[in-house]
Write a protein that binds this ligand. Structure first.
Ligand code: 13P
Length: 253
C-alpha cells in the first residue's frame, strides 16, 4: 500500500523554545502508526539538524526542508543546496509551495531544476501544486495543475517520479479555514493520478503519495484522508499545535 503521510509545514513560525516544546510533545508520546504511515516535519532550515537528531531514532519520523536551491554549491548567498541538506541527513524537501511561487516568482521550469537537484542528492521532493480561486471558479483547475506537473516533473524517468510525493494545495484553501470538500479533493487527486498514469503507466501512478493541503485540522483530517486517492496531508497552521497535529496523524488511513 502507498505511504500515508502526515506532513507539517511550519512555514516561518516558532522560535527555538516553542519549536523544541512542540517536537518534544510529538515524540514523548508518539501516536501509534501503521507500517505504511510516516510523519514529516517541514521546519525552518535553522532547526533541521537539531530536530533531525531528536527524531532520527523514531521510526517513520523525518524532517523536510521547506525549500532548496536550484543550484549546486557555490556563490549563492543565503541559499541552501540539496547537497548541504543531504549532508545533515535531510531526506525530504518541499518544492514549489504556492507561497514560494507567489513571493519568490518560482516558475515551473525553476522548480524542475530544484526537483533535479533534490534527486541528485537522494532527497525526495514533496512537490506542491494547486490552483488559485479564479481558476477554481472558472472550472479549469485540472488543466492548471496538469501544466504545473508536466512542466516540472515530466522530464523525470519513471524510477524517479514513482518515489516522489505530490501535495495538492488549492491556494484558496491555504490559511483560509476553507477546505476543499472530500469530493473535490478526491476528484482532483484522482485526476492527477490518471494524468501521471497516462504518461508513466498505472504502476508508477499508483505508487505516488498525493497529499492534500489547505486548512486541514484535527476535526477534518480523517474524513479527507479517507478518500481513496488522498494519501494524507500537508498541514500549515494546525501543525503548530501538538494535540491538533497528533489528531491529524491519527486521521491517516
Ligand atoms: P494551512 O494548513 O495553514 O491552510 O496551510 C496549508 C499549507 O500551505 C501547507 O503547506
Amino acid at each position: 500500500m502507498r505511504k500515508q503521510i502526515a506532513a507539517a509545514n511550519w512555514k516561518m513560525n516558532l522560535e527555538k523554545e516553542k519549536a523544541n516544546e512542540l517536537v518534544e510533545s510529538l515524540i514523548s508520546e508518539p501516536v501509534e502508526m501503521k507500517d505504511n504511515h510516516a510523519v514529516i516535519l517541514g521546519v525552518p532550515a535553522v532547526y533541521l539538524n537539531d530536530i533531525n537528531e531528536k527524531i532520527k531514532n523514531i521510526d517513520d519520523y523525518f524532517v523536510a526542508a521547506q525549500d532548496c536551491s536550484s543550484n549546486n554549491n557555490g556563490a549563492f548567498t543565503g541559499e541552501i543546496s540539496c547537497s548541504i541538506l543531504a549532508s545533515i541527513g535531510v531526506k525530504y524537501a518541499i518544492i514549489g509551495h504556492s507561497e514560494r511561487r507567489m513571493y519568490h516568482n518560482e516558475s515551473n521550469s525553476l522548480l524542475a531544476e530544484k526537483v533535479d537537484r533534490a534527486f541528485e542528492n537522494n532527497i525526495i521532493p514533496i512537490f506542491c501544486c494547486g490552483e488559485p480561486l479564479n481558476i477554481r471558479e472558472a472550472g479549469t483547475q485540472n488543466n492548471y495543475v496538469e501544466v504545473q506537473i508536466s512542466e516540472s516533473l515530466f522530464h523525470l524517468p519513471a524510477e524517479k517520479i514513482k518515489t516522489l510525493v505530490i501535495a495538492y494545495e488549492p491556494i484558496w484553501a491555504i490559511g483560509t479555514g476553507k477546505t476543499a470538500t472530500e469530493q473535490q479533493a478526491q476528484e482532483i487527486h484522482k485526476h492527477i493520478r490518471n494524468f501521471i498514469a497516462a504518461k508513466y503507466g498505472n504502476d508508477v501512478a499508483e505508487s505516488i503519495s498525493i497529499l492534500y493541503g489547505g486548512s486541514v485540522k484535527g476535526s477534518n483530517a480523517s474524513s479527507i484522508f479517507s478518500q481513496p486517492d488522498v494519501d494524507g496531508g500537508l498541514v500549515g497552521g494546525a501543525s503548530l499545535k501538538a494535540d491538533e497535529f497528533k489528531e491529524i496523524i491519527k486521521g491517516l488511513k
